[in-house]
Design a protein around this ligand. Sequence first.
Ligand code: CS2
Length: 484
Amino acid sequence: MTPRLIEHQPASVLPSAVGIVHLGLGAFHRAHQTVYLQRWLNAGGDPRWGIEAANLRANRGLVARLRAAGHRYQVVEYADDQQVTVREIASIAQVRYTGPEGEELEALLETLVAPATRIVTLTVTEKGYCLQPSDGALDERDPLIRHDLEHPDRPRSAPGLLVAALAERRARGTAPFTVLSCDNLAANGERVRSAVTRLAALRDPALAGWIEAQVAFPSSMVDRIVPRVDETTRSRLGELGVSDPDALACESFSQWVIEDRFPLGRPDWERVGVTMVASVAPFEEMKLRMLNGSHSLLAYLGLALGHRTVDQAVLDPRLRRVLERYLEEEAAPSLDAPGTPGAQELAAYAESLLERFANPSLGHRLDQIAMDGSQKLPQRWLSGLEANLAAGRDIAVTALGLAGWLAFIVAASGTGELDDPLAELLFAVAARPSGQRVEALLCERAIFHPGVAGDHRVTRAVAEAYRAIDERGVEAALEDAMEN
Ligand code: CS2
C-alpha cells in the first residue's frame, strides 16, 4: 500500500570537520546516531562535530558507495503504512574500511589520535567486543584479541583499535577521547571499559592505569528497529520513489539515553530529543529484557511456527498470549535497577512495544534476530531469569524460550548453518541424545552463570519445555506453558 502522507526532510547543514569517530558502519548506526546528529546540525549544531565512520570487518562495498555518493543517503521512517518521513542524512564526513588487510587502518588511526576527535562511538554488535558472554570478561582466547596482542600497532578488533589509539594519544600528550558504546549490552560502558583496560594491561600495565584514571566510558541505551534491507524493503522503498541503493527503512520511533560523562565536551544532543542522565541502568535493563527479550522469544518460537517476520509473529494469538505473559510476569517484575519505572509505566511500555512490533511496513526478519543467540541471551533473558529465581517468581516462559532456542540450534545443526560465534560448541550440544541436550546446554560456562545453570528449577522447566517441543511440537509446548 502506498502511504498517504510523505514528509521530506533534507540535510540542510553539512559537517565541516570530524569530532566523532564511529566504529561499526551498520544499518543501525546509519539510522540512529547519524540521524540525531543530522537533526542537530539542521537545528544549528556546531558542524565541526561530523562523524568519521569505519567498518572493521565487513562491507567494504558500502564504504565505497557512500564515498562515491558524498556520504549522503536516505532514511525512510515508517510510523505505520500510512505515514512516512524520508530523511536525507549527510552527518558522516568520512568513511573507512580497514578489514583483515588493514586497508585504511593508518588513516583511521590518524583520526583517532587527532586532538579534534573527542568522542568514539561504537555499534560493533555484542560479539564485536570479544567478551565472554556469561561474565563479560575479555575473551583472551578470541583469535582477534590474540592477533592484537601480537600486533598491537595493526589492531583488528574494536578493543584493540581503542587501545592502540589511546596509547598513541598518551604518548603524544593528547587528552583521551570519550568512548560511548551504543550496543545492546547491559552496562555497555563498563563492559568496554573492562575489555579495553584488560587488553591494555596485557600490553603495558602503566597504559592500563592511565586509561582507568583518564578515560570516560559512559553507558547508553539505544532503541530503534532498523531491519536489514532486503529485496522486500527495497521494493517498498522503490514505491516511494527512493532508489538510493543504501537507503534504509526503519520505524519512526527512536530513543537514546546517555550517561552524561564527556570530559572533552559533546554535542548538546538534548536539543534533538536525546535524554542525558546520571545513570542509564534502569533504561538499559528495561529495554534489553522487555524489547530485546521479546524479540528473541518471537524469533525462536515464531520461526518454528512458520513465521518470517516480527509483525506476523506478534499477530499470531498463540504467540501473543505467551509474549504478554513474559512481559507482565517475567520481564517487568525482574527489573530491579534503582530508578526503574513503576508497574503502570512498565505496562504502558509493554503495550507500546506490542504496537511497534506490529508495524506492517518494516518486514523485520525473525532470522536476523535469531542470530548470535549466545551473545544476546545473557542480557535479554538470563539476568532477568536470575532475578526471578532469587525472588521465587515464575520462569515458565523464559524456560520455554530457552527450549525454543535449543530446538532452533538442533534444527540448524541439520544444515550446518548457524550464525553464532559459538556455533561449534552449540552443535556439540545438539549432537547429544535428545534427553541430554538441556543439561549439556546449561553446562556451557561461556554462556550460563553457575547461578542459573546449577538451579534445578531451571533445568526442570527447560527440560520439560524441550521435551514438549521435541515430542509434540511448538504449538503444544506453547499451550503447556499457558496452562502452568
Ligand atoms: C533486535 C535488535 O536484532 C535483534 O536482535 O532485537 O536489533 C532490536 O531491533 C533493536 O535493539 C531495537 O532497538
